[in-house]
Structures are given as C-alpha cells and as structure tokens.
Design a protein around this ligand. Structure first.
Ligand code: SAH
Length: 360
C-alpha cells in the first residue's frame, strides 16, 4: 500500500469521508507524496504529454498572439508575462523565442511563473536560464502591471468537487472512504440542497453528475481582476467544455487510464474544465467565445508555419513534424477536445483568432 493511502485512511478515520477536492489536492500536492511534488513526468517517456511538448509551433502561435495583444494595448513599457503551471518550461521558452523579433516586447516583460512543484521549478529554471524568471505560489500581491498570461493544461489539474443530482432539488457529494481491505474507494454522501448548484437544476435530472472547482474559480477571479484593473490578457487552453456534465475525473499513468483511487500520488489526476465557470468567476473581465484549439491555431497560421519548418526537414524528422501538426489541430486528435478561452479587459478587442462573446 502506498504511504499516501495510509495517511488518507488515518485522516478519514479521524474526520470522516473526504470530499473529492480534498482527495485530489492531497494526491497531487502532498508535500512528501504528491504526484506533482514527487514525480510529475510530462513528455513522451512520462505519464502524459502536452501540446508544447509535441511541437514548438504551439508556443510560437501563443507567443505571437500575446505579443499582438500587447501591441493592441499600446505596448505598455512594463508588464508581467506569466504562465500558470509551466511544466518543464517548454511553452514559455517557445513564447520567448517566437517574440524575440517583436521590438520592445522582451525589454518590457517581467517573467512570472506560478508553479507549486519544487522539482518542476528546477526544470523551469534550467530551461529559462538567461530570462530571469520569478516564481510565485499564487496571484495575490501582483505589482500594478498589465498581466499577459497563458495557462495550458493548468486548470484540469485543479481539485474538483463532484455532485450527483438526487430526488427533489438535492445533491449528493462524491466522497472518498476507507475500504475494509485497506484501500480507498469512492462513495456518495447523503443528499442535501446546495445553493451553488441552483443554476444546474434546470439542465439536470436525478442521476446526472456535475462538477465544480472552487479552486479554479479562485484562479480565474484573480486573473480577471488584474486584467480588468491593469490591462493584459489571459489565454486559457485545456480539455473541457462550456459547462460541466458527467463524471470527468480521471487518472493517467504511463499514457493510459488508471483507477484514480488505487495508487494515490502515483498517477496524474485531472478533470475536464468547465469554461463557463471560469468566465463567470473572471467577471468583470471580458471573455471570448469558446473556440477549439484546432480552429484557433489554424486561424493564427500554424499551417504556413508548419510548411516553412518542413522545408528544412526530411525522413523521420519530417514525418514526426507532420504528425505533430496533425496532433495539435486535427479534430480526431487534440483539435476539438481542447478549447481556448481568453480573458481581456472589458471593451478590449479579443486576441487574434478569437471572437468576443461567451455569455457566462
Ligand atoms: N503547462 C505545462 C504543464 C501542464 S501540467 C504543459 O503544457 O506542458 C500542470 C502544471 O501545473 C504543472 O507544472 C504542475 O506542477 C502545475 N500545478 C498544478 N497545480 C498547481 C497549483 N495548485 N499551483 C501551481 N501550480 C500547479
């Protein structure tokens, strides 16, 4: 049995069944045994891979989109160039390389990385040597500067609460209990009314499952406030939809799905992102219409960029490059599952490739 199973069983014996968000928080970020603190492995050899690890073109497109937002807002002479959950630092490195030729952009940028994992901070330090990044735990205490931010596969890693609609207008919360054979298993708590889910009474019936992430709401609210007050933009990319529906809690280990309750701390736990929830929390910041990653990248010109890069390649390298382009954009790969939502100051034109108008 894993050490974290013991710790969580003791906690349940003392406090009762754990809500899913508390379980997820412990599995991902427990200081001694959490997945992100001890063993995150992002990339081909790890548990999961991400768009910036697939191709440099992803970061190039996002970097140029952010630089265009900065130009549109009058080239502020100092701004925060931030990333939430930068992983191995690949995306920020590609953003910085792609924007080198934008006059004044690098000189004005103060690089801020929001990262919980000490191990990943070290990877980011090595990847971004020469750019003097600064790290923070959260978005409180930001200096009064415009914030231009990206978050790729950050929000799916934040703890969620899960509820099943019961009879009448009540909900049962998903909890984690201790089993007789020494493990952990999911269960449902007793039904009760929940004002935070009143807005879901109209589109659910008994048995339906919905998800909430108070933690995600907190991050979106902090982004929205800074961008509304100081200017800037946030590009949020992840898998999910405009509204949560069904059980999307999942564990990934060695590129395959695993039982999320079997080996706490040893698998990546995620849930689909409810972009409507982020948009509501970010008010009064403006939000763009939710767009698919594939359409967004195509509008930004990823195909022209792919063709330019292909000229210098042949054989296996060319095949890999063609496959990477397809993987990022094709509807059967990441193109449709992944979405992008942008936050901007109210009244500001949307970032390139996006349209105004998600109604939270
Ligand atoms: N954006 C990267 C990595 C995605 S993995 C990429 O696309 O490759 C999720 C990242 O978010 C990791 O860097 C993880 O350590 C970080 N993270 C997860 N929860 C966090 C939290 N609560 N606070 C700060 N960082 C967190």
């Amino acid at each position: 049995m894993s050490p974290l199973t013991e710790i969580l069983r003791a906690r349940i014996a003392h406090d009762g069944p754990l809500p899913l968000d508390a379980y997820m928080q412990a599995c991902l970020l427990d200081p001694a045994h959490g997945y992100y603190t001890t063993q995150t492995s992002i990339g081909a050899a790890g548990d999961f891979t991400t768009a910036p690890e697939i191709s440099q073109m992803f970061g190039e497109m996002l970097g140029l989109a952010l630089a265009q937002c900065w130009l549109d807002q009058g080239r502020p002479a100092a701004f925060l160039l931030a990333e939430l959950g930068p992983g191995r630092g690949t995306l920020m490195a590609d953003i910085l390389r792609a924007t080198r030729a934008v006059p004044g952009f690098h000189a004005a940028a103060q690089i801020l990385l929001i990262e919980a994992s000490p191990r990943l901070r070290e990877a980011q330090r090595a990847q971004l040597a020469g750019h003097a990044p600064r790290w923070a735990e959260d978005l409180s205490d930001l200096p009064p500067l415009p914030l231009f931010a990206v978050a790729n596969e950050f929000f799916d890693a934040l703890p969620i609460r899960q509820f099943r609609r019961a009879e009448g207008e009540t909900w049962q919360e998903r909890v984690v209990t201790a089993t007789e054979d020494g493990g952990l298993a999911p269960d449902w708590a007793a039904p009760h009314p929940l004002a935070a889910l009143d807005y879901r009474l109209g589109d659910t019936t008994p048995g339906d499952v919905v998800e909430l992430s108070p933690e995600a709401q907190g991050w979106a609210a902090a982004l929205g406030q800074q961008i509304t007050r100081q200017g800037g933009a946030a590009l949020i990319l992840d898998y999910g939809d405009a509204r949560s529906f069904g059980d999307t809690f999942q564990a990934l280990r060695h590129h395959g799905f695993a039982d999320p309750f079997a080996a706490p701390g040893q698998a990546d736990l995620t849930a689909h992102v409810d972009f409507g929830e982020l948009a509501r929390a970010a008010l009064p910041a403006a939000t763009t219409r939710l767009e698919t990653q594939g359409v967004f990248l195509e509008r930004l010109g990823i195909t022209a960029r792919a063709q330019a890069l292909a000229k210098g390649l042949s054989g296996a390298a060319l095949d890999a490059h063609v496959a990477a382009h397809r993987r990022l954009t094709h509807p059967e790969e990441m193109g449709t599952l992944f979405k992008i939502l942008a936050l901007t100051p109210p009244g500001q034109r949307p970032p390139p490739g996006l349209e105004p108008g998600l109604r939270p």
